[in-house]
Ligand binder design. Structure first.
Ligand code: PMP
Length: 396
């Protein structure tokens, strides 16, 4: 290692530590279906994205093992070489049907999808150059969407969070611009747990001749009819992105939309073309999750009830939950040090609710971010509420 670079890295890390911004990896054990820390202490899991508990479902695990056994541990190449099988295409067709779209395309991860599909869409214009397109992105969009917008290297406007009047105004400023317009949003925001008004966004997009791209990472499997997401509920969304590592309990992501959209991405999206295809075990897990997710209304209802109870308790204690109406529930604390201390107290009381700090969230809004899952039964939920009461003091 270059000594100068090494010294510089150490200095920067020490600065992060002094500012309570240093992140460290901690090992967890969750294979048996419950969460344990490195010392073997069981904790109530209020921080995972395995919203329906499918990563531990016997059918999902069995099909992952079966497809690995039958087709091999890994894919032999990228999708356009020898990485596409009949099972890959059949799964993409199932995902398209699940989302109520014409076609779908698998990606290695949600990050990769957002970071590379947005640039691929921005260059649909003349001769693959990006200069004609303009992007309109919600200020609280996920880091992967921000990366996508940056890689697109075109005019990008950031609209205030969920502020459609602001978006309308920004789109209006581009009315004389003949280039295409692309609006980017999440349907459920990953750090605030609130929702975008997709029906209003569809109307606004139509009025301004813009295309609408919606990240459904936290809605797919959890919200909308049979867990199909909020875009399926309202219709009219041009590009739907979903992940398979959260409610689907597996790994990977997909884009769903028109056949032409998918064919374009097969031809022009670097994050799809230049990477090895997903392994058969992952495809098997997703296939099994697709069998299960539509029938899990009882689990979704339980998740919604539990989320409501936690939100009510936090509101009683005067914590701002930032308009959350989903299984993602923030409790804003303020400073980084206070948020870390609150997470520590909560963990001592037996609950994992991690602290989220800038740059993941805006300055001054460090928070505990609870993400509930449907496996939390009445007893677990009571323990969670008791721990919150014991570790988060009443705010005035
Ligand atoms: N979009 C959103 C809104 C997310 O929260 C995440 C994951 N944190 C991603 C995209 C990335 O998905 P993946 O984990 O599959 O890379």
């Amino acid at each position: 290692m270059d000594a100068e670079l090494d010294a510089l890295l150490r200095t920067r890390l020490a600065e992060l530590d002094a500012a309570h911004r240093l992140r460290r990896l901690r090992p967890w054990h969750w294979g048996d279906g419950s969460l344990h820390d490195a010392d073997g202490r069981a904790l109530i899991d209020a921080s995972s994205n395995d919203y329906l508990g499918l990563s531990q479902h016997p059918l999902v695990k069995a099909r992952a093992a079966e497809w690995a056994e039958r087709h091999g541990a890994g894919a032999p190449a990228s999708r356009l070489v020898t990485g596409t099988r009949d099972i890959t295409l059949a799964l993409e067709q199932r995902l398209a049907e699940f989302k109520g779209c014409e076609a779908a395309l698998l990606f290695s991860s949600g990050f990769q999808a957002n970071a590379t599909v947005i640039p691929a869409l921005a260059k649909v214009g003349a001769g693959d150059t990006a200069n004609a397109a303009a992007i309109f992105s919600d200020e609280l969009n996920h880091a992967s969407i921000i990366h996508g917008a940056r890689f697109a290297k075109c005019n990008t406007e950031i609209f205030r969070h969920n502020d459609l009047d602001h978006l309308d105004e920004l789109l209006g400023r581009h009315s004389a611009n003949p280039g295409r317009k692309l609006i980017l949003t999440e349907s459920v925001f990953s750090m605030d747990g609130d929702r975008a008004d997709l029906a209003a966004l569809v109307q606004l997009a139509e009025r301004h001749g813009a295309a609408l791209y919606v990240d459904e990472a936290h809605a797919s499997g959890v919200l909308g009819p049979q867990g199909r997401g909020l875009a399926a509920e309202c219709g009219g969304v041009d590009v739907v992105m979903g992940t398979l590592g959260k409610a689907f309990g597996a790994f990977g992501a997909y884009i769903a939309g028109s056949r032409a959209l998918i064919d374009w991405l097969v031809n022009r999206c670097a994050g799809f073309i230049y990477t090895t295809a997903l392994p058969p075990a992952v495809l098997g897990a997703v296939d099994a999750a697709l069998d299960l997710v539509p029938g899990m209304d009882a689990e979704r209802a339980q998740l919604a009830r539990n989320s409501q109870r936690l939100r009510e308790m936090l509101a009683q204690r005067n914590y701002d939950t930032l308009g959350s109406s989903t299984q993602i529930i923030p409790a804003v604390i303020g400073s980084d040090a206070d948020a870390l201390a609150a997470a520590r107290r909560l963990e001592e009381a037996g609950v994992l609710g991690v602290a989220i700090r800038p740059p993941t969230v805006p300055e001054g809004t460090s928070r505990l971010r609870f993400t509930l899952n449907s496996r939390l039964d009445e007893q677990g939920m009571q323990r969670l509420l008791d721990a919150v009461a014991a570790s988060l003091p009443l705010r005035c």
